[in-house]
Every structure is written in structure tokens, then in C-alpha cells.
Ligand binder design. Structure first.
Ligand SMILES: *[C@@H]1O[C@H](CO)[C@@H](O)[C@H](O)[C@H]1NC(C)=O
Ligand SMILES: *[C@@H]1O[C@H](CO)[C@@H](O)[C@H](O)[C@H]1NC(C)=O
Ligand SMILES: *[C@@H]1O[C@H](CO)[C@@H](O)[C@H](O)[C@H]1NC(C)=O
Length: 380
């Protein structure tokens, strides 16, 4: 399936449900199956790629005129239904999956009611692209919980990034919504959204001989098999549910990137984290320790084979110790392991991982070292 379509300009005046005829049949099957089984399953949400669009009579140009006209979704405010290749000013809007996406104008919202399993933690992954404003934001909410995801920095040359959000289900249904809180002069400004998927997260059991949870990052948000750019995990506060179980991302507005072995080099297993924001974002985990006892912290540092070249360094902090791991990246994959021993000074020790520098790929997008297999063991 082609991901980034740069089709010649097409008019959306004919934007009817038949715009995406091939996927239409396919997805009707998927949607029916989902509805029959009720509870969401891992993967695309029903019509999570918006290939099923409004009837022509529910569109004025690209604007969706009726709250219920995008199948499986409810919309509020200025929402547009966009076909790939549509032009806005000088920019061609490419759509990452299939041929259609929605754009959220000022104060617009899309939402879908999810049937979930109570007390289960879910992550949601969606693709978004910024359009006019430099500092667009999206307010993602599920039931009463919400988080504002900054989408000011773009980490791909296509302009599309995938973002992760997580929540714990309190009831068996939950409204999931994405709202654009922006107020631009041009009502057609605002982020494009496409391709929304869900995944139930398992609480990672403590691995034998590792006091850190999910130290190998194998558990984390859904990564679309057809997207090659990983998933951005946004900053969160201590009370938020993390899409990367065990770990917190601490930053004002920056992210870390969750990458998969299908499209990147990862030091071990199927998943790892690329530190794409230099010292502006940290990966953090608190672990119970015994004051005065000695521990060894070790990790793998490498590169994702995504063309991110140059001298790299990852700094890890625990109690009073700093472990600085340097790594010379050729941008072709590879990693090395490093370790440090330290004495705990408190009941709780915070392990912090950071990239020492910012790095950029030849295409101008931000990148950085990859960390994996972080482990903490008590010494005698
Ligand atoms: C469609 O949009 C145009 C321009 O915004 C507006 O003038 C017109 O009244 C709209 N038509 C309908 C049926 O709402
Ligand atoms: C985000 O959305 C939630 C739920 O709709 C709302 O309670 C919250 O105030 C919003 N936050 C911002 C910053 O818009
Ligand atoms: C560690 O925890 C124990 C009991 O939970 C408490 O009495 C003690 O003060 C704590 N020590 C530190 C250094 O926080």
C-alpha cells in the first residue's frame, strides 16, 4: 500500500463516499466485524482511516456539514474531509494511509465511542500533520482524562507524524475525542488527522534480574505496520498514563520516538526508543531501592539505521552517578553496551536517560541515539 500519495491536484467537489472504492469494500467488512464483536481490538479503530466519508449531500466543498455524516465518528465545528493531493495554497496535502483524512479547524472536534474492557490500559496511536500554524496543538481526551499534545515540531520529511496517547478505562465505554483548541484567522487551518488505532497495554512483568519495568521497551503503543517513522511519545505528567509502560517522558513540549525493528535497527528485540530531542526530553523511571545498597545500571546505545550520523552520547543518571555513553553513528545501525555502578541514596531512585546533543538527518528532520535494554540490578 502506498503511504504518501502525491497525486495531482484533484477537486474535492466530488468528494463522495465513492472516493475510496477499493478500501471501501475491505473496510466495510472490518467495520462489521468490529461492531459485531463489540469491544475494540488491537488495530485500526472502525473507520480509523476515514476512508468512509460523508455523502456528497453532507459536504459543502470540503466542509462536513452534518454531525453524523462521517461513518463511526461524530464531528463538531469546522471539520473538513480531505482527499490526498488536495492543494492548500502552495502545499500539496499528502495523506499517509489510503486516500482520505480529516482536518480539524478552529475548535473542531472528532469523537468516537469506544467499547473497552474496564480497568484495562489502552494506547491510541494516530497520525497528524500540521498545516498553517507553527505551534498547533491537539487536545486528546478519553472520558474525563485529557492531554494536550504539542505538534509544533515535525519529525518526518512528509510532515506526518504518529502520536501516542494512553488511558485507563474506568467504564466499559469511553468517548475518545481529538479537539483542535486553536484559533487561527483562516478557519481552514488546523491539523490533518488520519489513521487512528488502539492497543491494549499489558503491564510489563518485572523481568528476571532487572528491577526496571519494560527496560527493553518491548511493550508500547501500536506502530502501524505500513508507517516507517515510528511513534512519538509526548511528554506527560506523573499522574498521566504512559503509552510506554513503566516509563515517563519528561519535557515541556518535546517527545521521544518509539521505533520498531521492521523499519529501524534496534539493539535487541522488536522495539526501542530513539531520543530525538537532545536534552529537551528525558526518559524517566522511578525504582525502589535500599539506601546504601549498590546497584548496576546498564543499557545499550545505538542508532536506528535511519541516516542519523555523527558522534552521539547518551547520559544516564541514577542517584549521584552519571553514565555517559558515547557512540559514533554511521547511520547504518549498530549499538554498544555500557554500565555504571552506584549507591542508592533513597528509597526511590530515579533513572533518567537523555541524549546529550541534538542531531539531524540529511533531510533536516530531528533524530538521535537509540536506547534499549536498560537494566538495573542490585549488587551484593
Ligand atoms: C457553502 O459554503 C459557502 C462558502 O462558505 C457559503 O456561502 C454557502 O452558503 C454554503 N452553502 C450551504 C448550503 O451551507
Ligand atoms: C481538552 O478537552 C477536555 C475534554 O473535552 C477539556 O476538559 C479540557 O479543558 C480541554 N483542554 C484544553 C486545553 O483545551
Ligand atoms: C524509606 O522508607 C522507610 C519506610 O517506608 C522510611 O521509614 C524511611 O524514612 C525512608 N527512607 C528514606 C531515605 O526515604
Amino acid at each position: 500500500m502506498q503511504l504518501i500519495r502525491r497525486e495531482p491536484q484533484t477537486s474535492m467537489a466530488g468528494g463522495t463516499r465513492s472516493r475510496c472504492p477499493v478500501l471501501l469494500l475491505l473496510l466495510l467488512g472490518v467495520t462489521t466485524a468490529r461492531l459485531a464483536s463489540g469491544v475494540v481490538t488491537d488495530g485500526l479503530l472502525p473507520n480509523g482511516n476515514f476512508e468512509l466519508g460523508p455523502a456528497k449531500s453532507d459536504l459543502n466543498g470540503t466542509r462536513v456539514m452534518n454531525q453524523n455524516s462521517v461513518p463511526n465518528w461524530e464531528i463538531f465545528g469546522f471539520v473538513e474531509y480531505i482527499g490526498s493531493g488536495q492543494k492548500q495554497d502552495d502545499m500539496i496535502l499528502a495523506v499517509p494511509e489510503g486516500a482520505c483524512a480529516v482536518r480539524l479547524g478552529n475548535d473542531a472536534t472528532i469523537r468516537q465511542k469506544l467499547e473497552v474492557i474496564r480497568k484495562t490500559t489502552y494506547s491510541i496511536t494516530f497520525c497528524a500533520a500540521r498545516t498553517c500554524a507553527q505551534a498547533e496543538r491537539l487536545n486528546v481526551s478519553v472520558a474525563a482524562e485529557s492531554g494536550v499534545l504539542p505538534i509544533q515540531t515535525v519529525y518526518t520529511s512528509s510532515g506526518w507524524d504518529s502520536y501516542a496517547y494512553a488511558f485507563r478505562a474506568r467504564h466499559s465505554t469511553a468517548w475518545f475525542s481529538i479537539h483542535n483548541p486553536g484559533h487561527e484567522d483562516n478557519p481552514a487551518c488546523g491539523p490533518l488527522i488520519d489513521f487512528i488505532a488502539i492497543k491494549a497495554l499489558n503491564p510489563p512483568p518485572l523481568a528476571q534480574g532487572n528491577m526496571l519495568r519494560n527496560g527493553d521497551f518491548e511493550e508500547g503503543p501500536f506502530i502501524f505496520p505500513d508507517t516507517a517513522w515510528g511513534v512519538l511519545v509526548p511528554p506527560m505528567s506523573e499522574d498521566d498514563v504512559s503509552p510506554l509502560p513503566g516509563w515517563m517522558v519528561m519535557s515541556d513540549t518535546k517527545v521521544v520516538k518509539y521505533v520498531d525493528a521492521a523499519h529501524h535497527a534496534v539493539p535487541r528485540g522488536a522495539r526501542a526508543v530513539e531520543l530525538v530531542a537532545g536534552r529537551e526530553a528525558a526518559l524517566v523511571q522511578d525504582v525502589r531501592t535500599v539506601p546504601g545498597r549498590r546497584y548496576r545500571l546498564s543499557l545499550s546505545v545505538g542508532d536506528a539505521a535511519n541516516g542519523c550520523e555523527g558522534p552521539m552520547a547518551v547520559e544516564a543518571y541514577a542517584a549521584r552517578a552519571t553514565l555517559r555513553t558515547t557512540y559514533e553513528s554511521l547511520g547504518k545501525g549498530g549499538s554498544r553496551r555500557a554500565a555504571v555502578e552506584f549507591e542508592a541514596t533513597a528509597n526511590l531512585t530515579r533513572v533518567v536517560l537523555q541524549s546529550y546533543n541534538h542531531h539531524m538527518k540529511p533531510d533536516g528532520t530531528l533524530c538521535g541515539p537509540v536506547v534499549d535494554d536498560v537494566s538495573l540490578v542490585g549488587l551484593r
